[in-house]
Design a protein around this ligand. Sequence first.
Ligand SMILES: [Zn+2]
Length: 295
Amino acid sequence: MQAAVLGAPGQTSVETCAFPDPQEDEVVVRVEGCGVCASSLPVWEGRPWFDYPLAAGAPGHEAWGVELETAKPVAILSQHAFAEYVAVRPSRLVALPPELVGRPFPGEALGCAVNVFARSGVSAGDTVAVVGTGFLGLLLVQLCVGAGARTLAFSRRESSLELARVFGAETPAQTLEQTCDVAIEAAGAQETLDVAARLCRTRGRLVIAGYHQDGLRAVDLQLWNWRGLDVVNAHERDEVIAVEGIRAALAAVRVGQLDPSPLYTHTFPIEQIDEAFELLRSRPPGFVKALVAIA
Ligand SMILES: [Zn+2]
């Protein structure tokens, strides 16, 4: 089978690899596609603490496909999903309904948004800021608006603010100091962290949803401390909770609380994963989410 191998920073090749040899408790899934995640950008770009080549299929982790034996459509939790086939435990599968057959469902990315939202403690009537409106931020905008929160979206990219407005957010031109009950940082950058903190009211909640995995951050602890902020690092590390998130995201998509389809802006064949990452890095106008089509 074919799988993508990140051999060196920025250099992915498609190689012929051994068909997965499932353990007794695993099933094989034929992968149809996999999202390209911003959290994978540091390992694709290269940082001193990563070793190359990565394992075949890594760092693809937002995959959906078809369980080989039963031909049932599934979303899967696997860290090696830039590949034609992966072996996974059944507990890492989420069955997809017939209406989603043939449509993308990057389960881990959608589940991540739903889990972050749950940790955010957003209630109807809250004023919530979403700072950084990439794929995760725009999903959070949908969920916050749907929950009845007044939702403010902040981004430097006009095309994503436009989408945030379509989803029901306000997009103020300036950072409004101390106006928000909850501020969700969703870009994983120093600047968005600073802006989100400033938006929080006294005793507000600063929710860190972006990945800050590419080095140290400076924290305005004086501000955090003076305002008595609750700070929530909202990523889940437990795979069981991640799978529950995928299941909850599926339910949210089915009832229309979550509509990721307008956010899938670019699709690449597996041979062009590097182009997908390059686009993710440069984020041209209109770009939100790249998917890799595998089968
Ligand atoms: Zn991801």
